[in-house]
Ligand binder design. Structure first.
Ligand SMILES: C[S@@+](CC[C@H](N)C(=O)[O-])C[C@H]1O[C@@H](n2cnc3c(N)ncnc32)[C@H](O)[C@@H]1O
Ligand SMILES: [Zn+2]
Length: 308
């Protein structure tokens, strides 16, 4: 090579080639794992329900592939890449629309951001996530995470002997596609649904554990979301609802410009929505977790001893 520029050009070509090769290999691996995951995917007709009218669903063949049909209100819900779509992102409004869009593009960096955030608050990710997930009492039954994101709580749930089937719902297709990639890579049999926490696509009394971690502060209708988590939980189930407190929201505003932009200048102060719980809920507790950066509302749906 005659000059420095020649070596530089050669180095750039080799580097770009190696990067492209690695990216193509990764893409092929993700595709193959995704397909394998979809193949083992089975319809969950015993758990799913129409989010609009709670009617029973049947499997149908829609234009683009499989889907669910509500025999009550006649709505169709497509299954895309193994994920049932119970909302159309274009129909979302208000906070839900803004945060779904933010999490869509932020999904690529969400895991890395979480790790940095845990280092900042002085806890390991495992310690922090177990502080919440260890409080669930599924007793071998079915578990639901509302707003599952890219599946960051799953490692602390899938291997627990007292956890049965796991369902995860999120409003952001981007987050759910990351989650699918993650569970497919690990061979986990998690059921994923695209939906809105305010209109859950599940039958009443279906889950032995229900939790939500991060998100409710900026739902359009927090009360509706809480009522939905209660509706789908079996009687006697412990439910956990956690999100950042005002101190945590201010930290997000400092470090995440997009959060500040999406939440807006007139963001209302964060108040844990404990007053929105129906009065009949039992063992209600409000406490701080994650070294004082998050609140957690824990309660039990009444009834239950008779329901397995
Ligand atoms: C801070 S992330 C939390 C992800 C995960 N649960 C965790 O522990 O890291 C908030 C999640 O809430 C989801 N979300 C926001 N609004 C929602 C809504 N109305 N219904 C369901 N999920 C929603 C977002 O898409 C995002 O994945
Ligand atoms: Zn319906």
């Amino acid at each position: 090579m005659k000059n420095k520029n020649g070596w530089l050009a050669l180095g750039t070509v080799i580097g770009a080639g190696a990067l492209s090769f690695a990216l193509v290999r990764r893409h092929l691996r993700v595709q193959a794992e995704g397909l394998a995951w979809q193949k083992q995917h089975r319809p969950a007709l015993n758990v799913l329900a129409c989010p609009d009218c709670h009617g029973a669903l049947t499997i149908v063949f829609l234009a683009g592939g499989d889907g669910y049909h509500c025999s009550n209100c006649q709505k169709d819900y497509p299954v895309v890449g193994g994920i049932a779509h119970f909302i159309q992102p274009t129909e979302l409004t208000g906070w839900n629309k803004r945060f779904a869009a933010m999490y869509d593009w932020f999904s690529w960096g969400y895991r890395a951001f979480s790790k940095i955030a845990f280092a900042y608050i002085g806890m390991s990710e495992e310690e922090a996530r177990r502080e919440i997930t260890d409080r669930l009492e599924p007793k071998g039954g079915r578990l639901l995470e509302v707003s599952i994101g890219p599946g960051v709580n799953l490692p602390y749930l899938v291997r627990r002997p007292d956890v049965g089937e796991i369902f995860g719902l999120d409003i952001s297709p981007g987050q759910l596609y990351r989650c699918r990639e993650y569970v497919a890579h690990r061979g986990w049999d998690t059921q994923l649904q695209l939906g809105n926490a305010e209109q859950l696509p599940y039958q009443a009394n279906s889950f032995n554990g229900v939790f939500h971690l991060g998100g409710i502060n900026f739902f359009n209708d927090k009360k509706k979301a809480i009522e939905e988590m209660i509706r789908v939980a079996k009687p006697g189930t412990r439910i956990l609802i956690c999100d950042e407190n005002e101190k945590g929201a201010q930290a997000y505003e400092r470090f995440l410009p997009s959060f500040k932009r999406v939440a807006g200048k007139q963001r209302p102060a964060v108040v844990p929505p404990v007053d929105l719980l129906p009065p009949e809920m039992q063992e209600v507790r409000l406490f701080e977790v994650w070294n004082g950066w998050m609140y957690c509302i824990e309660f039990r749906k009444p009834g239950g001893k008779e329901v397995a």
